[in-house]
Design a protein. Structure first.
Length: 463
């Protein structure tokens, strides 16, 4: 049965609040999410919700949908189950706020096995769902430009629906007016023990050499080989997120508390975004560490732009993004609107491009996402053979790493970043992962160093 929903809005002055204080006072330690950004374009709104009205988890072909006390268990294709569940709701977004409710969460790297013929031989160390979404009909949006808070409730467009919405908005307003003090994140001294990796430097370098053999034999042009770091900690995951967002501000910042585990990240890279009919993807490939000052940054940026290996790798991945876009976009609408520009982040600089297209009428958010998973910048090219080699060399399932984090909106829009620079906190451990793109002339030591540079911001959040 289709549920038609209306957006009910209430605005409050927000100049004394921040997304962090709103989350702490409204959500606390309950299930919920915080989506933020430190990007000039994306950074206008932050989104906060607690106690989702529904959750969908999928692993392999097993699917669990929880709505309050009702639990539905089924078998099948996970993304089809998400599409079917979300098709029960329809809502028109007449506001300028880009996200007004829907499913927020993770779509892991291994979901690709549902639509590509790939073996699944590796051990699943972290044991989290392939897809995990929290569905929100009550949310807070924080407008950074105007320092306003919007309380958003989706309810039926009836008198009773309006009364329920007003009651819910009143409860949310009371919750966010609490003003409990927060310890500054700079003062955190997280306790962590036993930092280990699933590969030594020597093991990683040996695997790079194996990957180069596959490249020379013509199996692939490139493969992204990653390694994982694990540490033990008793620290609250939200505190780690607070420190991470400070030491590594990024276009995509997120904290997801699923109850049994938490995901905190500061991803620099869009996977794919759908706004009405327009589709965007933003391949990032080519890396240098940041300099000590602006002058050294300029020298390193020039070195990056003149590096034939890095530029060739970037061009290949832009072509792969155009190919992914071409599968779901109308003919002649695929365009590269920004090409190989240097973007600066807290610890590294990257080469970045932007590819756009207009989706075909028969495509939707789910088929669009499927076309781009996994990102070429996290697999290699050609994708399928690269993923087979990743399975062989990495020996553990990636889980969330290399997949996507973001939302599917009830209005049909979607925004997903790549799950990199991301921590998964579960059972007293924090898992972090980083990779490097291996090509024919890769230097194994430099590729290992690139992984270590990328994970540095995450390690700073736990130091």
């Amino acid at each position: 049965m289709m549920m038609e929903l209306k957006l009910y809005l209430k605005s409050l002055e927000g100049d004394t609040k921040t997304p962090i204080t709103l989350f702490k006072n409204y959500v606390g330690k309950e299930k919920g999410f915080l989506l933020e950004s430190r990007d000039e374009g994306k950074g206008r709104y932050s989104f906060i919700a607690r106690n989702p009205f529904a959750e969908l988890q999928g692993k392999g072909e097993g699917i669990i949908i929880r709505e309050g006390s009702q639990v539905t268990i089924k078998q099948g294709n996970i993304m089809e189950a998400v599409r079917a569940y979300m098709s029960k709701f329809t809502v028109k977004n007449h506001s300028s706020i880009p996200f007004i409710g829907g499913g927020v969460g993770t779509v892991g790297y291994d979901i690709v096995r549902q639509f590509e013929k790939l073996p699944s031989p590796n051990k699943d160390t972290i044991q989290v769902p392939d897809v995990h979404l929290m569905f929100a009909k009550e949310m807070i949006a924080y407008d950074h430009f105007h320092q306003q808070i919007f309380i958003m409730v989706l309810e039926e467009d009836t008198e009773d629906g309006e009364k329920r919405a007003e009651s819910k908005m009143k409860l949310i307003e009371e919750a966010i007016k609490k003003d409990e003090p927060l310890e500054p994140s700079a003062e955190f001294i997280p306790s962590f023990r036993n930092l280990t990796s699933n590969m030594t430097k020597e093991e990683y370098m040996q695997k790079v050499e194996k990957a180069k053999v596959y490249i020379k034999e013509g199996d692939i042009f490139q493969v992204v080989l990653s390694k994982r770091w694990i540490l033990e900690t008793d620290e609250d995951a939200f505190n780690l997120y607070r420190k991470l967002r400070r030491v590594n501000p990024s276009p995509y910042l997120f904290y997801l508390n699923f109850g049994e585990y938490q995901v905190a990240g500061s991803s620099p890279e869009m996977l794919v975004e759908l706004r009405k009919d327009k589709v965007y993807t933003c391949p990032i490939a080519g890396t240098r560490k940041r300099g000590k000052d602006e002058k050294e940054d300029e020298i390193l940026a020039e070195d990056l732009l003149s590096d034939e290996k890095e530029c060739a790798e970037h061009v290949m991945l832009v072509d792969l993004a155009r190919n992914d876009m071409g599968r779901i976009a109308e003919v002649d609408t695929v365009k590269v609107t920004e090409f190989m520009k240097v973007h600066y982040y807290s610890h590294v600089m990257h080469l970045v491009s932007l590819v756009e297209g207009i989706k075909k009428k028969e495509e939707d958010a789910f088929s669009v996402l499927q076309s781009f998973l996994p990102a070429g910048t996290l697999s290699g090219a050609p994708k399928i053979r690269a993923m087979e080699i990743i399975d062989e060399l990495e020996e553990e399932k990636r889980g969330i790493y290399g997949g996507a984090v973001g939302y599917f909106g009830f209005d049909g829009d979607m925004d997903m970043c790549i799950a990199i620079r991301t921590m998964v906190a579960k059972d007293g451990k924090v898992y972090m992962q980083a990779g490097a793109g291996i090509v024919a002339d890769s230097d194994p030591e430099k590729e290992n160093e690139e992984c270590e540079n990328k994970v540095k911001a995450l390690l700073m959040a736990v130091e």
